[in-house]
Ligand binder design. Sequence first.
Ligand code: URA
Length: 219
Amino acid sequence: MTSTESRSMPTDMVTVVTHPLVRHKLTHLRARTTSTAGFRRLVRELSLLLAYEATRDLKLEPVTIETPQETMEGEELSGKKLCFVSILRAGNGILDGMLDLIPSARVGHIGLFRDPETLEAVEYYIKLPDDIGDRICIAVDPMLATGHSAVAAIDRLKNAGCNSIIFVCLLAVPQGIACLQKAHPDVRIITCSIDRELDDHGYICPGLGDAGDRLFGTK
Ligand code: URA
């Protein structure tokens, strides 16, 4: 896959959101001239649109209500409740937009760093709701790059009892998708774009730079 353009799903477990609003906002997000405030606002808006896509298959049940005119059969959400899980630190940037759409969702956090010698993902923080096994988990990280931290985070979610997991990111590369799908073929991936490749430093190209630094203004 060499183009950065949004395209139809490469497999039924990977969704690239092709809505024109997403493509427009993503272009502005990528631009190096976008300010920290602008970047944060765009991530929030894109996250809301990604949450809309990630929740497309939620179950509904009929409910009878009274409108001011008459009685009618409506629908409301039923079945498993949601938990958003932020992969620290950049995942936190995605939470706000998702919580705008679903304010009642629970939120978990997983912090991992890469051991410089073993290159393994090492956990430094984890806090998940006690009932996470009963919830649909939407794990969020803006960038699916090597895929190692996504795999490690999902390992921990499964160890905590979660068996219904969706991974949501802004950008992915084929290498990261392959890594995540190999380890967790049951996890659906939702992204705004599949970019070309990783550079020698592990950055997505063309990408958007370091998502954490751009979100929090740390560089
Ligand atoms: N993490 C980032 O923040 N940016 C990349 O390009 C890859 C990983």
